[in-house]
Design a protein around this ligand. Structure first.
Ligand code: PLP
Length: 422
């Protein structure tokens, strides 16, 4: 893994770049885009980032826009908000999450953050102490590794199992944990794998965490974006078994990642996080960081109350449709296979079969050459911890998705062993 990262930015153009020990998805995509030939006339299609807001079929609901316009024009929200968030926003988030829980959250459980990203940083910050370690999924979401490194929190990775619909390798979690382990992270619905965990599997996760005396950080930024057979079950359902920190945001379900409105929530009815020292520590972090713009926070109660089900259904339908297109078109390209059809979120992991390609050395080489030759951006698996896999984002307009896969197929044909010499 470490070695893999070392030669990772050493792209297909053969140039050595400065090699960071960790890199963000945005950083990698920037490098891939920079590698596209200047005289390439075709439109760049990105299946790299989970930000579909540019596509008209993934436009947010007017209800959300109107709510923000209203709070902005009211002139009541031009000042600072309390650092932990506006009271009405905390209450609205508590009520929103409580709809799917067997108990009721209080506004005091909720801290308003600058997107889910800040909620991740806050979680890892409050848990870090000398010698502590945290268990992260592989494949995973790079921000966790970045935050952990910054807070000097040791990372131990457990695998997600592709043959078991990307479930957590529970035995591995048990083997990795020791008395310095503070938490394990799950991302459900999953990024990068597009999986959704069943009630039974979440229960097993809660039980192992309880046994190991660690807490569960549940990244539910894709909460409710499930379109397969399994419904989305929030980890907080098991909050009475094990303390859970629930992280989320408006970014994905409302398709407004630029609004930077997220939450850090102690879904913990037994009150582990109510300890005055813990509350003090959390509040201190928020005193330092502050949260999203006050008028965006103020719009949240209306956004939750007024967003109609048809908006959510429309998003789910289009994600179902684009994920189906994606799964079908993957079958058309022999060098990539998908072990598990996506059931949620906006991305899927596919395995790269390098033996079918004559001049591609690894996933990074594949992505750099694909960008250069076809103006299609895909994330190398190494960016999420799996070498020689690829992460494909399917939250893209259907026509662009089809065009992108057409180009990937041409790329495959050009680089396959079977290609006839001209
Ligand atoms: C997008 C994403 C985030 C970050 O969410 P923001 O609200 O944009 O900060 C966190 N975790 C996962 C798994 C994500 O996909």
């Amino acid at each position: 893994m470490e070695n893999g990262r070392k030669n990772w930015v050493n792209g297909a153009n053969g140039q050595e770049h400065e090699t960071p020990s960790n890199i963000t998805i945005k950083g990698i995509i920037g490098l891939l885009v920079a590698n596209i030939d200047a005289d390439e006339k075709r439109r760049v299609i990105s299946l790299g980032m989970g930000d579909p807001s540019a596509y008209s079929c993934f436009h947010t609901t007017p209800v959300a826009e109107e709510a923000v316009v209203h709070t902005l024009q009211s002139q009541k929200f031009n000042g600072y908000a309390p650092t932990v968030g506006l009271p009405q926003t905390r209450l609205a988030i508590a009520n929103y999450l409580s709809r799917n829980l067997p108990y009721k959250l209080s506004p005091d459980d909720v801290y308003v953050t600058s997107g889910c990203t800040q909620a991740i940083d806050v979680s890892l910050s409050i848990l870090s102490r000398p010698g502590a370690n945290i268990l992260l999924p592989r494949p995973g979401f790079p921000i966790y590794e970045l935050c952990a490194a910054f807070r000097q929190l040791e990372v131990r990775n457990f695998n997600l199992l592709p043959e078991k619909s990307w479930e957590v390798d529970i035995d591995a979690v048990e083997a990795l944990a020791d008395h310095n382990t503070v938490a394990m992270v799950i991302i459900n619905p999953g990024n990068p794998c597009g999986n959704v965990y069943s009630y039974q599997h979440l229960k097993k996760i809660a039980e192992i965490a309880k046994k190991l005396k660690i807490l569960v950080i549940a990244d539910e930024v894709y909460g409710h974006l499930a379109f397969g057979d399994k419904p989305f079950v929030p980890m907080g359902v098991f909050g009475t078994v094990v303390p859970v920190l629930t992280l989320g945001s408006l970014s994905k379900r409302w398709i407004v990642p630029g609004w930077r409105l997220g939450w850090f929530v102690t879904t913990d009815p037994t009150g582990n996080f109510k300890h005055p020292k813990m509350v003090e520590r959390i509040k201190k972090i928020f005193d330092i960081c502050g949260g999203p713009a006050t008028f965006i926070q103020a719009a949240v109660p209306n956004i939750f109350e007024q967003t109609e089900d048809v908006f959510f259904k429309k998003t789910i339908n289009i994600l179902k449709q684009t994920s189906d297109i994606c799964s079908d078109l993957i079958k058309d390209i022999p060098c990539i296979t998908c072990p598990h059809k996506p059931e949620g979120s906006m991305a899927v992991m596919v395995k790269l079969n390098l033996s079918l390609l004559k001049d591609i050395s690894d996933d990074i080489d594949f992505c750099f050459k694909l960008a250069k030759e076809e103006s299609v951006i895909i994330l190398p698996g190494l960016a999420v911890g799996l070498k020689n896999w690829l992460r494909i984002t399917f939250a893209v307009e259907p026509s662009s998705l089809e065009e992108a896969f057409g180009r990937i197929k041409c790329f495959y044909q050009r680089h396959s062993h079977q290609q006839k010499e001209h």
